[in-house]
Write a protein of this length. Sequence first.
Length: 106
Amino acid sequence: MKQKKRAPWIQAELKALTIERQRVRLLLSLETARGMRLKNARLERSLIRKEDVQKYRAECVAQVLDRLSSLPEEIADGCPAEIHEPVRKTVAEYVHRAKAELIVEN
């Protein structure tokens, strides 16, 4: 049996639907692969627990804040006595702003 020739606009819509169907299949395949990778990682115990990451991050931020706090004195100590205090105050202001940004971001 001979097929009827379709109108060009119908052919264009069918082609668009086919492309969309392929895109959906690809997305489903990618999601399935992602799920399998996560499942394998769980089985291999290669994932890091969220609580451990948060604890480590908090420790790192605390170390950075601690180090920032000591900077004004350390930098000022390397300066001549006549500019010691202005340098310490200026660095302390910058450190205060940096600490505030770190605290807000974390």
